[in-house]
Design a protein around this ligand. Sequence first.
Ligand code: ZN
Length: 698
Amino acid sequence: MTRLLRFLTVGACCAVILAPLALLGGAPAQGAASTDGQRPELAYLKQVNRWRPPSDPQLLFLLMAQFANAGRHAEGIDYFNGVLKRFEAGLDDTHKALYLTAVASLRAGRANDVFLLGRIGWVRDTLKLLDEAKRLTGGEGFITRWMSGLVRAQVPGFFGERDAAMQDLVWCVAHADKAPHLGWMREVYFHLAALHRQRGEDVAARRYQGLSGFDTENKPATFTTPFAEDAAAGHTMSPRSIREVVPGTVYLLSGFEFTEYYFVVSADRRELIAIDAGTRSDTARAAHEALRARVPSLPPLTTVLVTHAHWDHVGGQRYFRSLNPSPRFIGRANYKDELAHDAMANPATLQRFFGKEFHLADVLSYRPDVLIDRPTELIVGGTRFELLPTRGGETDDALLIHMPEQGVLFVGDILMPYLGAPFVEEGSVDGLLAAIDQVHALKPRHLLHGHEPLTRIFSSTAMLDDLQVQLVWLRGEVLRAMKDGSERGAIHAANLAPPTLERSESNVHLAYLVLRENMINRLFDQNSGYWQNGLQGLDAPTDADRGEALVDYLGVSDTQLASAAERMVADGKHELAAAVLRWAQPRFANSPRLDAVRKLAYLKLMEKYQEFNPFKFILYSGEIDEFTPQINALPMQGPRPAIGAQRDTVPLVQIAMVGQKLGDQQRHLFLEGPPYRSPAAPSLKRKPRYDPGSGKVA
Ligand SMILES: [Zn+2]
């Protein structure tokens, strides 16, 4: 009875997965409810999940996480119960289990809001849902075991669930290869640490705490992110891996730094060709050496082909240049225009992205030995490349690198969803749309991008063709809304979704979500002057001016400010909370309560964007110096699962990313596009040929 009483009064320690209101002093939200207009991603995901059960369950879990992050658990429970009822007849057991898991997770997050006398029953019913989800998947579904372990680990001890939690979480460790990606292991390790601590097993607790990467035993947000932040190493978008895209020929190294490394072994096995030079000399060296260790017969690097002259694609050139003999660099003739953009970026911002070891001088000293200004054929060690200048969505100096015999196309960042670096005046929506036609015409079997999430999300010509239709519609709508006088925020809030999108596959739904916000921003930026709709830009009050208005004119005290910001976070208005704190917090030095809510607001912003907006994740992390270590693979258990059965695709290592694999479902990483239909193919007739012997293009 004593323990029960403690639970009923303390309560706050009960299942606080994903949105721990308990940390806000247990106070129920008193502010205005969040509307869909303030959370366009949530509104969009609600719409997508209502159309039909997504073939990619990631869309379902993204919505679950957005409901939780917004503090809208009750609405989320109703929503998922509603769609489950609607689709139930057509669902197989695995999919039904995913819906039940989503409902259970949101119920667990809401436990503290449930009337005290009903709370125990609420928790027990939630555990029953998790048991049913496990039964439906035969105990083999990673996400159902993961959720069951996390919830059971957080309910008070008198429920007697800790052994069951331990079993679920240990199962997750043994089956990490079934996780959507290794980022999901962060929470597994964190809660295993807590369970071992409760048992007094300090060695094991410390070990798991270390593996989790969290330096605290109490954290107010849930992180499954594949992204990692490190002050020295900068941002990485995935765990480390080395994959063989074409056996013995094309190697892909992920997670060594911000950018992917690709290496090609020539047909005569005597030359190594690098695609791009990474961001920093130290990481270029690490990647090259890791590949040499993996492939001892690796030939010397003779050639570096550069897809574009952004910081993160040429910044490691000093290492490659230092090799003996020094390889030749081949890049676009107009590379200097891009270097001029590179030079304009704020060095502090660049260090947040690329780490403290990043040197802008290494970027600006990039000089290709061979300049490409037209479609060019290149043969290195018997391997044929087609070098195809293009505009693309990001930079004017983009170069497609095609290996026709292998069906490989290196596209650099032509589909980077930010349409140029967000902090630089560059990028082209029209260039991105045209690049899709070019990719289509080349019909690659392997579509390889400059960054891991792009290869994962923009995975095939078929999905790009569909996506292009949706983006053309979006461009039209944004320009129309601008002409009608809409402010940028109102365009975001409108949750613009094309009428044809409902028919698209889940991969298009995800790609559209990833692109939409940035595309609106780039269109708005490039089609407005410095005076914009809604009198934006007419004057320029600073954060300090706004702070003055709040404190000196409206008389806001530190307590009021903290209380307001706490309520905003509870209502899911994290951006608003962060903004008012930027305005007024400098007026109140040494307020632990303000410091705490500021940290919370940015953690919730990181949580919100952890799966689909790495650049926001970087900047929000940087605001509070929050570092998120990279989670790398433990030794594999059992045989590696094969992905893809098409010609030239090989079994990849176990790290299939979100969108490719959930539970036992697997999808092909590389899909073949439909037959050629686009007139926009780059002409390869009479293409000049580069002769490595003479160093001339003829
Ligand atoms: Zn890049």
